[in-house]
Design a protein around this ligand. Structure first.
Ligand code: IVH
Length: 668
């Protein structure tokens, strides 16, 4: 590389890394993986070494990673938040054990082995059994107070059960997101057109540092606690204190174990290295701690980490193999995912033949060609991914990977959304995987919850030509299902029953089930509240939609687009015939008493609710319905086009008039 090229590259890399830092720390939406980030950083480090004249003081290689961020109060840690010594091999673990043995003068000792959760460290302060503060690790000596955010996490107790807890103590642990929670969150982000998070750890730490706690509350954060700090702890060993913390109400991982010696520790490591893909969350290693607190104290700390603990990090297993071809899979949202077909290779105990290539940006980043020798890696994830290329092994006839111009499923021209990494097939209404995907979404648990059907059954019913849209489900009969492979009388009855049951699902979930782009669960709930029926929503103007909290132009446009589409109009009509809840039902729950002793007359036409619905609300709240205005009437609930005689009578008798909004305010 020439000198001026190196200079250009250094400037480009610095800018790119700074942008990625911003996305990671501030926007909580990194667009590349840690591995790729590290590659950029490594390249910058080595270029700066070769050309020190181009290295600047504010280069990203010179900045210490810290999660401190504006918008939060920064608070000193009473006990510094140190890191752990790392090792990747068993030899170093033996050295660690040897150091411990010597330092403890050959006295007996035991270890506690714990999982090393891959999330964001948190330090919680409890005073008199109440959570009063939550700090991030920050720079180790000061952290950001994210108390309001942490209080939204269900598994973090705000108040402790009765117990022998110290009156003031800290408990530390890891905030993380399960893989399922992470995937669900990303599906919603993709639907909304936001960049997906790179991995569960980034999404957990990003979420923890959001300024809007109500958004944090909606995200599936979880927390395992693993260390207590107080001048005096109730028990003499770490394991006993953890067990007590559990009784006080903390979520302590069930996967910790006391081991009498290094062999026991190694067994624990081997077990979890093999079984970690089965955990519902990511771990990146094992933490080994000396169990007895008095021995921990004796061993003490180095400047950076405790001498009594170490972490054994799992190596992501890698293998080099040949990229034979690339398939392009079309998902339910129409997004094309490139999947690599590989020369079969043994990796972490299984033969790998396929791996994800993510998207066009990823392919460009590694400059991957067909015929290349590629590195495949299996992290905690089930699907292996391609993480690099050995360029020296590139055959001379290797050709770059090209995205197809047309959809491999339906032949429609492929589009690439502006600013997005993804290519997609725009043929929502006819592209088979998109049609099937819509139905799979429709029946999913958080939508219509048709639990007698699964993805494979949808696939089968689609293949057999029995369904093409979600509305077709409501026409299925036992006679359709029984002859199908995998169905018997009982399972067919189950399926039909659960389809029937889904008719009771409330309007907001039906709206979510429609699968309108950018309308996730939360937005659907907000829309359903503002528009209590599908007809009102379909007729909503852009201004009406935009006046609702969190609805921006993109969502408004998507909703209007959906309801102006003829096929969708037909679908809604079919849902109406089937008897789905396409309007807000008035809950028939416990009788309230907010309108007790008051009597009402309803007249005219209303914007949000039908007269029947309003009547039900009045009665549910203990109010009384009268058919005509009289001296006994307290309120006349007046809609549009009300008869003039009723109005006159009400005025003459001094009966108060109520608009629909005023009435709803009375109930709020
Ligand atoms: S103990 C003084 N136990 O790993 C050390 N840490 O590299 C106290 N971590 O910042 C940490 N699982 O965020 C401990 N079971 C576990 C852990 C764990 C994950 C994280 C923690 C810490 C980092 C150290």
């Amino acid at each position: 590389m020439k000198k001026n090229e190196a200079k250009e590259r250094i400037i480009w890399l610095s800018k790119a890394i700074n942008e990625h830092n911003h996305r990671y720390y501030v926007e909580s939406a990194p667009s590349i993986s840690d591995f790729e980030y590290d590659l950029l950083l490594q390249e910058l480090v080595s270029l700066e070494k070769r050309y020190p004249e181009f290295k600047t003081d504010d280069s990203p290689t010179q900045q210490v990673g810290s999660d401190l961020q504006s918008g939060f109060q920064t608070v000193p840690h009473e006990y510094p938040m140190l890191s752990l010594g790392n090792t990747y091999n068993e030899g170093e673990l033996r050295d660690f054990d040897e150091r411990i043995r010597k330092a403890l003068g050959n006295k007996p000792y035991e270890y506690v082995c714990e999982l090393k959760y891959d999330g964001a460290a948190i330090s919680l302060l409890y005073e008199n059994g109440r959570l009063t503060q939550a700090l991030t690790r920050g720079d180790g000596s000061r952290g950001d107070a994210v108390t309001a955010n942490v209080k939204t996490i269900a598994s973090v107790p705000r108040e402790l059960n009765q117990g022998n807890w110290p009156s003031r103590f800290y408990i530390r642990g890891e905030i993380f997101m399960s893989r399922d929670g992470f995937e669900q969150l990303n599906r919603e982000r993709i639907e909304r057109g936001d960049n997906p998070f790179a991995n569960p750890r980034n999404s957990a730490s990003g979420t923890l540092k959001m300024l809007d706690s109500s958004e944090v509350a909606r995200r599936p954060l979880d927390c395992y606690l693993y260390a207590l700090y107080a001048p005096e702890l109730p028990a003499p060993t770490h394991a006993e204190n953890l067990a007590m913390a559990k009784k006080w109400g903390f979520q302590v991982s069930p996967h910790f174990d006391v081991k009498p010696n290094l062999d026991g520790v190694l067994d624990f490591i081997h077990y979890w290295n093999e079984h970690r893909p089965r955990l519902p969350f990511d771990i990146d290693g094992i933490v080994i701690k000396v169990n007895r607190l008095s021995q921990q104290e004796k061993l003490g700390f180095t400047a950076k980490s405790p001498r009594w603990a170490i972490s054994y990090k799992f190596k992501a297993e890698q293998a080099l193999t040949k990229l034979l071809s690339v398939d392009f899979q079309v998902g339910r949202t129409g997004i094309l995912t490139p999947v690599a077909n590989l020369e079969p290779v043994l990796l972490a105990g299984t033969t790998v033949k396929r791996a994800s290539l993510h998207n066009a940006d990823q392919i460009a980043l590694h400059d991957i060609h067909l015929g290349d020798s590629v590195w495949v890696e299996k992290g905690g994830e089930i699907i292996p991914k391609i993480t690099g290329v050995d360029r020296d092994m590139r055959p001379s006839d290797a050709t770059p990977i090209r995205f197809p111009g047309t959809c491999p499923e339906c032949g429609s021209p492929i589009r690439r959304a502006e600013g997005m990494a993804a290519h997609f097939c725009p043929n929502e209404m006819d592209c088979p995987p998109q049609l099937k995907g819509k139905i799979v979404h429709f029946i999913s648990r958080k939508a219509m919850n048709v639990d007698g059907l699964g993805e494979e059954t949808i696939e089968l019913l689609f293949r057999e030509g029995l369904i093409r849209t979600s509305a077709d489900l409501y026409r299925l009969t036992l006679a359709d299902l029984i002859p199908l492979e995998g169905f018997a009388q009982k399972s067919a009855e189950n399926a039909i029953r659960s389809i029937e049951e889904s008719k009771k699902v409330e309007w907001s979930r039906v709206l979510f089930a429609l699968g309108i782009k950018h309308v996730g669960e939360t937005i659907a709930r907000k829309l359903a509240r503002a528009f209590p029926s599908v007809d009102l929503l379909a007729a909503a103007t852009a201004d009406e939609l935009l006046s609702i909290d969190e609805i921006g132009p993109r969502i408004a446009e998507s909703i209007q687009g959906y309801f102006s589409n003829e096929a969708n109009k037909r679908l809604i009509q079919e849902f109406k015939y089937a008897g789905l809840n396409l309007e807000q039902m008035v809950e028939q729950g416990n009788l309230g008493s907010r309108l007790a002793g008051l009597s009402f007359v309803i007249s005219g036409v209303f914007e949000r609710y039908s007269r029947e619905q309003l009547k039900a609300m009045i009665e549910q709240e203990g109010g009384k319905m009268l058919s005509a205005v009289s001296r006994q009437t307290n309120y006349l609930l007046a809609g549009a086009n009300m008869g003039p005689s009723k109005l006159k009578k009400a005025k003459d008798l001094g009966v108060s008039l109520l608009s629909e909004d005023e009435f709803l305010a009375m109930l709020a």
